[in-house]
Design a protein around this ligand. Structure first.
Ligand SMILES: Cc1ncc(COP(=O)(O)O)c(C=O)c1O
Length: 214
């Protein structure tokens, strides 16, 4: 059972190998592709497309609240499993169902991904690269990642919050991670430039980042 993209540093699970191991040992692979769906793969279909896993027979789950820009989640697997969840999954049985607005919103985003993924993805990658370069120029230590995420090694809890606050004061929203999300004194400050941003915004951010770094 694994995530596809680990969102703190942008590392990606070797899921193809995990699926092969599951076949060898007769185990059921479970993937949470919340951060892969709409980001990974040639057409944004997520980890299975990215790692060319065909005929996947495990359990696939993802949030609708990340690249799909809505709320709620989805799960797919064998019919018997889905039938079971309909009766035994408390979040499904005792919570309000996804609203029509969320479903329509999700459908609209899926259509955008289908028709514009190439452009969106290349924007994501170039923004990440520009921010990475400004961080390195500013003297920050950036954790190498494979997903369009930049994660700064910020050290202690105090240093992590101070850096996130400095960025925030200049108009940049980052995500600080402290324990227990990361080991003690191995804080991270994560920056993600969404494809919805403009080049002007990203260019301004890179200037601010270099200034704070210096
Ligand atoms: C890997 C992963 N799965 C699931 C979730 C939960 O998503 P949601 O907030 O839409 O329930 C998160 C939230 O950050 C996540 O990072």
């Amino acid at each position: 059972m694994t995530e596809s993209v680990f969102s703190t540093e942008g590392s990606i699970a070797p899921f193809q190998q995990i699926v092969q191991l599951c076949e060898t040992y007769n185990a059921l692979p479970v993937i949470d592709d919340s951060h892969g769906l709409g980001v990974l793969g040639k057409s944004g279909r997520g980890i299975l497309e990215e790692q060319e896993i065909e005929g996947f027979l495990g359990i696939y789950t993802a949030s609708l609240g990340k690249a799909l820009a809505n709320s709620g989640g989805m799960i797919s697997g064998k019919k018997g499993l889905i039938d079971y969840l309909k009766y035994y999954c408390p979040q499904l049985v005792y919570s309000t169902a996804l609203t029509p607005a969320v479903l329509a919103g999700t459908e609209a985003v899926l259509e955008i991904i289908q028709s514009e993924f190439e452009v969106i993805k290349s924007r994501l990658v170039s923004y990440q690269q520009a921010i990475y370069e400004s961080l390195v120029e500013g003297g920050f230590t950036v954790v190498p990642g494979e997903a369009p995420i930049n994660s700064i090694q910020s050290g202690s809890k105090d240093a992590t919050f101070i850096l996130a606050k400095k960025l925030y004061e200049k108009g940049i929203l980052s995500t600080p991670f402290i324990e227990p999300s990361v080991p003690v004194d191995e804080g991270r400050v994560r920056l993600i430039a969404g494809a919805n941003l403009s080049w002007e915004t990203v260019a301004e951010a890179t200037k601010i980042i270099k200034g704070i770094g210096r």
